[in-house]
Design a binder for this molecule. Structure first.
Ligand SMILES: Cc1ncc(C[n+]2csc(CCOP(=O)(O)OP(=O)(O)O)c2C)c(N)n1
Length: 660
């Protein structure tokens, strides 16, 4: 190893251990162990431009092992990103510092994704690699030809999501994906031999990956492996044999180097051992300049790329600008309104999952950036349409991904696609299987990504498949997640409007919960305005003096309407409120909210789901009809009766409350 190289990687090591020491918390072991690999990658291979972190053709670098965040912050500072100053590094883990405990995605900063929950970064990287291939196919490989590099650790590969994501990446032959495995054989509880005896070579090769193994502290070996991976027709895993806490006389190779400050004395000993005679946070000018020159090379990369870009037609350039700036086509509103008119005239009564398919059929040809998919439930989620073209191994000229039964990877991959930019991902499964992808969905919300989850079979209304398949607590669970819109439309028009809102929401992911069963058409009037954007609105009202307010969502709006009619026959004034999105309703003015939910009326909510959360709308004296237990396997009609989710029950409860 040349002295220059040693200095470069030691700069990462010391920034990392000094920051962790100052914060008195963090993870020094990984940055110390992977500094050499990262230095080879950044010095010789990674194409990036710190002056323009969003350059679309940059190589992506993902630190899946997010606990080693100081590795990333050090690299960004050293290579000259404006987003991270030495002060920020000194403020590692302090309130509002960009150098948060684990990397937190922020646009245009070099932090490409939020990592920390192990395995997520790997799935994100697969999504980025897919997005890259899709864009490459669309705009040509002279323009889009970057790579996605990942650093992942033992923990990432133990997580189930890594199996799902890497298996799909191997199947799709994503040769633009290169993963460095920090194979230090240590995790928190001790040596990994406590828990795992996988044969990694066989594991990754069986997925269809190329596998290489190198000494992760040998510049030449690392470099040779990367060079080889660039020619591979498959994704590559480079297993880097490293020493956790490299350079620490007493902690190297031990789990004690993993997740705590080394301590002043040990930090001093590392300085001695690695012959680093500089003060904390002091990077000698020659070393900093060397790193900055590495960063400066990016300007040339981008400049060269710009020449190619400028030669492209006006049409291609404006299309690229449109999708990168997350703009919908100019005629999008018109397309939606035309479809709305059609739906209104047809008044079709279908399951909302079918309505969703109609929406997709109407919009997907005008939205080439829309990339759909399903976790092996395409025919049930109705996520594929006649406009869907399947993405296949080595052939990315398509707009639909068969994710296989890999819900967790699907969600993590969709996050990666959204982060990459240039595509809008949507993907489907049954609502109950939210449980299988929730960690990634949470990160869609945390990162503020436009990811659209199509969750069909959204209640006991799915019938005979029974309680294993009937979601109960899921809507309440989703509604508890900040920055997530949970839509549950009641007819074709509402489904169209909810899709429109999901597509327009740039910084909030959406769940569209859809029924398996047929729903009536409830929209009374054709309106240009998107009524679902209010979150809730009046569907039926027969008298300004409302005695009973019935609030329902999705498939239960029908029960509310039936109850309204029965109450009308009994000379009781009620009204029906459809509430397709609680989150949007919560944002309305006090006046609007009070107009929709009359304070002085008896309030009854009806939703075939946990009643948790509905007290907010019905108040302490109100009634919430819903599911207080798991469901049952039976035909739908029997289930609604069994669980008392009927209009007759609503009428009886209303009468009782009114004393009539
Ligand atoms: C999903 C998830 N589970 C648990 C953790 C807590 N955790 C953080 S790092 C870690 C051990 C990871 O070991 P390894 O990948 O070998 O990292 P190294 O010790 O080499 O730094 C664990 C369990 C986490 N961050 N994410």
């Amino acid at each position: 190893m040349s002295p220059i190289f040693k200095n470069l990687s030691n700069a990462i090591r010391f920034l990392s251990i000094d920051a962790v020491q100052k914060a008195n918390s963090g993870h020094p072991g990984l940055p110390m162990g992977m500094a050499d690999v990262a230095t080879v990658l950044f010095k010789y291979y990674l194409r990036f431009n710190p002056k323009n972190p969003s350059w679309i053709n940059r190589d992506r670098f993902i630190l899946s092992a997010g606990h080693g965040s100081m590795l990333l912050y050090s690299l960004l500072y050293l290579t000259g990103y404006k987003s991270i100053s030495i002060k920020d590094i000194q403020n590692f883990r302090k309130l509002n510092s960009i150098c948060a405990g684990h990397p937190e995605y922020e646009k245009n900063t070099g932090i490409e994704t939020t990592t920390g929950p192990l395995g997520q970064g790997l799935a994100n990287a697969v999504g980025m690699a897919i997005a890259e291939e899709v864009m490459k196919k669309k705009f040509g490989k002279s323009l889009i030809n970057h790579k996605t590099y990942v650093i992942a650790g033992d923990g990432d590969f133990m997580e189930g999501i890594s199996h799902e994501a890497m298996s799909l990446a191997g199947h799709l032959k994503l040769n633009n994906l290169i993963v460095f495995f920090d194979n230090n054989k240590i995790s928190i509880d001790g040596p990994t031999s406590l828990t795992i005896s996988d044969n990694y070579k066989k594991r990754f090769e069986s997925y269809g990956w190329s596998f290489q193994e190198v000494n992760g502290h040998n510049e030449k070996e690392i470099s040779k492996a990367i060079k080889k991976s660039l020619k591979s027709k498959k994704p590559t895993l480079i297993s880097c044999k490293t020493v956790i806490g490299y350079g620490s006389p007493n902690k190297a190779g031990k789990s004690s180097a993993h997740g705590a400050a080394l301590g002043e004395t040990e930090v001093g000993l590392v300085r001695k051992k690695l012959k680093w005679n500089h003060k904390p946070f002091e990077i000698p000018k020659v070393i900093l300049n060397e790193w900055r020159e590495i960063g400066e090379k990016g300007k040339l990369h981008e400049k060269k790329w710009s020449i190619t870009y400028n030669k492209k037609s006006k049409k291609i350039k404006s299309e690229i600008a449109r999708i990168l700036n997350d703009k919908l086509p100019k005629n999008f509103e018109k397309i939606i309104y035309e479809q709305k008119k059609k739906f209104f005239n047809l008044k079709t009564e279908v399951a909302s999952r079918q309505s969703s398919a109609y929406v997709l059929e109407g919009i997907s040809n005008s939205l080439p950036e829309l990339i759909g998919g399903s976790a092996d439930l395409s025919g049930s989620n109705n996520t594929n349409t006649k406009n869907s073209i399947i993405i296949k191994p080595s052939n990315f000229a398509g707009n639909y991904i068969h994710y296989g039964v890999r819900e967790h990877a699907m969600a993590g991959i969709m996050n990666g696609m959204a982060l990459h930019k240039g595509v809008i991902p949507y993907g489907g499964t049954f609502l109950v299987f939210l449980d299988y992808c929730k960690p990634s969905l949470r990160l869609s919300a945390l990162m503020g990504l436009k990811v659209i989850y199509i969750f069909s079979h959204d209640s006991i209304g799915l019938g005979e498949d029974g309680p294993t398949h009937q979601p109960i607590e899921h809507l309440a669970h989703l509604r508890a997640i900040p920055n997530l819109n949970v839509f549950r439309p009641a007819d074709t028009i509402e489904t169209l409007e909810c899709w429109e809102l999901a597509l327009k929401n740039s910084n909030t992911p959406s769940v569209i919960a859809l029924s398996r069963q047929k729903l009536p058409f409830i929209t009374a009037e054709l309106k240009q305005k998107n009524i679902c954007s209010f979150g809730a609105y009046e569907v039926k009202k027969n008298n300004p003096n409302t005695e009973v307010t019935l609030i329902a969502s999705g498939s239960e709006v029908k029960i509310a309407i039936a109850a309204f009619e029965k109450l009308q026959n009994l000379n009781i004034n009620s009204k029906v409120v459809s509430m397709p999105c609680q989150e949007l309703f919560n944002k309305q003015s006090k006046e609007y909210k009070e107009k929709i939910i009359d304070k002085n009326s008896v309030k009854i909510s009806i939703e075939a789901s946990s009643v948790h959360g509905w007290e907010k709308y019905v108040g302490p004296e109100g009634i919430s009809l819903g599911m207080k237990s798991f469901g049952k396997s039976a035909p739908i009609k029997d289930l609604y009766e069994h669980f008392n989710l009927t209009s007759n029950n609503v009428v009886e409860l209303a009468k009782k409350k009114l004393g009539k």
